[in-house]
Write a protein that binds this ligand. Structure first.
Ligand code: AMP
Ligand code: ZN
Length: 471
């Protein structure tokens, strides 16, 4: 098994990965705030985390992934008050949409999706411990973490708060904080807001305490990997470390992995630019979600990703090459003796693929290894050199790497809505059109072509029959 190395945000250097318990990995991944549909930037991070878990499994580890759902937060409170519904009812449809979006990108489910509102007791206990230990103070029904009591504050992000203005009283809407640097652990409720009972009166937990409480409950006070996007490094993850370690006095997390941001056509996503796309927006634009997953895989997680139409198009054409390769493989004749090169190529693919992933999850190098393999095997296929058992060897190698990629088997994406028309439906229409053409019923064949065109499907007639592509 190759040695794995990761770039650890804590310490900003590459480190060899050694989990606390040999063969087992505990991973905590910050989940979404469920007040609206997530955007494709969030999804880039969630796909990165999915690939990380799949890669660790391929490399021989048993993985326990936990992702929280932030179901209490200012926007959620505001939304539930505005709609006059309970917090639980306000978030329910957003949670459903989130789970559906993950499934549509073939993100495998985590072991658990704990919700903040179901862990209020654990958070109250943590806040109480921080108060007892002198790391927190109560003010006007809220509780704050006192940054001054943590000598190592800033160890993750490198942020130095020691020069920040101390002792300045901040506005009353910040719940009576004593020092501008301090952060809230428990927020006292305002009049008319949904709230939970606590020793400090009715209120709700702060965001950071939620992730400390739930990660430690499910993975222990010290666990292996914690992930999120780069925007989570400060203050969210910095604060998680401060409050967790102030209570447990053991290192909270060993490896911190952060994914870079996704941009759209070179610009930061924002509501005002109208480019903060959800998965539904991509589907409405006729994009194929399998190609979208491929785009996410094609860029290393620590590189900024520029999501463009051109990138989706080139992903589609790369997948088209894979589909064609598999088609030829399944339909080529097999000679009697196996081609010795094939076995070597398969072993090489699996080895290079694993090596690339073990090198800080280098998915772009892993894909390059795959295409080198496709090229090699294609030569053998063209020469009619594939022999007994080779077809199966190649199929097995593809199956093995697809345990991580999750995009190579087109049939597993069939029935996915993408350009508003399911794959099977397209196949059926194409077959009908072929038949109309054979029957020389050109009016009918033109009609079907128009229907397909309307649905964003481009047809190309070749001597071997019609082929189609999503535009
Ligand atoms: P949030 O709901 O804002 O906490 O985001 C959920 C996850 O998505 C977090 O891990 C964020 O770091 C990540 N994230 C937010 N915006 C982007 C973006 N544009 N690109 C990549 N990841 C993002
Ligand atoms: Zn978090």
């Amino acid at each position: 098994m190759p040695k794995i190395r990761f770039f650890n945000t804590l310490g900003r250097r590459f480190e060899v990965f050694e989990p606390r318990s040999p063969g087992h990995v505990g991973i905590y991944t910050c989940g979404p705030t469920v007040y609206e549909a997530v955007h494709i930037g969030n999804l880039r991070t969630f796909v990165f985390e999915d690939v990380l878990c799949r890669a660790l499994e391929l490399l021989g580890y048993e993985v326990a992934q936990v992702m929280n759902l932030t179901d209490v937060e200012d926007k959620i409170i505001a939304g539930s008050v505005a709609q006059g519904v309970a917090v639980e009812d306000f978030v329910a449809p957003h949670i459903e949409t989130f789970m559906r979006d993950l499934a549509r990108l073939h993100v495998r489910p985590a072991q658990g999706y704990p919700r903040a509102t179901e862990h209020i007791a654990e958070m109250i206990e943590l806040v109480s411990s921080l108060l007892e230990r002198g790391h927190a103070y109560e003010a006007e029904g809220s509780v704050f973490f006192r940054i001054d009591t943590d000598d190592d504050y800033g160890r993750l992000s490198g942020v130095d708060l020691s020069s920040a203005k101390q002792g300045s009283r901040v506005a009353a809407d910040e719940y009576g904080k004593e020092d501008a640097r301090d952060f809230v652990l428990w927020k006292g409720a305002k009049e008319g807001e949904p709230s939970w009972e606590s020793p400090w009166g009715p209120g709700r937990p702060g965001w950071h305490i939620e992730c400390s409480a739930m990660s430690m409950k499910y993975l222990g006070p010290s666990f292996d990997i914690h992930c999120g996007g780069v925007d989570n490094i400060f203050p969210h993850h910095e604060n998680e470390i401060a409050q967790s370690e102030s209570v447990t006095e053991v290192p909270f997390v060993r490896y911190w992995l952060h994914s870079e941001f996704l941009q759209v056509e070179g610009e930061k996503m924002s509501k005002s630019l109208g480019n903060q796309y959800t998965l539904d927006d991509l589907v409405a634009r006729g994009l194929d979600l399998r190609a979208v997953r491929y785009v996410f895989l094609s860029v290393h997680y620590r590189q900024k990703m520029n999501f463009t139409d051109a990138a989706v198009e080139s992903a589609s054409s790369a997948l088209g090459r894979i589909d064609e390769f598999r088609f030829r493989l399944e339909n080529c004749p097999e000679a009697e003796a196996p081609e010795p090169l094939i076995e070597g190529a398969c072993t090489q693919l699996v080895a290079s693929f694993r090596e690339a992933l073990a090198d800080d999850l280098n998915t772009s190098a892993a894909l390059a290894a795959l295409f080198t393999f496709v090229k090699q095997v294609n030569v053998a296929v063209e020469q009619g050199a594939l022999g007994s058992g080779d077809r199966q060897r190649v199929a097995d190698a593809l199956r093995s790497v697809d345990r991580v990629l999750g995009v190579l088997h087109r049939e597993e994406w069939q029935g996915e809505e993408s350009a508003g028309i399911a794959e099977q439906e397209v196949e059926d229409l194409v077959a009908l059109r072929e038949k109309a053409r054979t029957d020389r019923d050109f009016a009918e064949s033109d009609r079907i072509r128009d229907v397909l065109q309307e649905a964003g499907i481009r047809l190309e007639d070749t001597p071997a029959g019609a082929r189609w592509k999503r535009r």
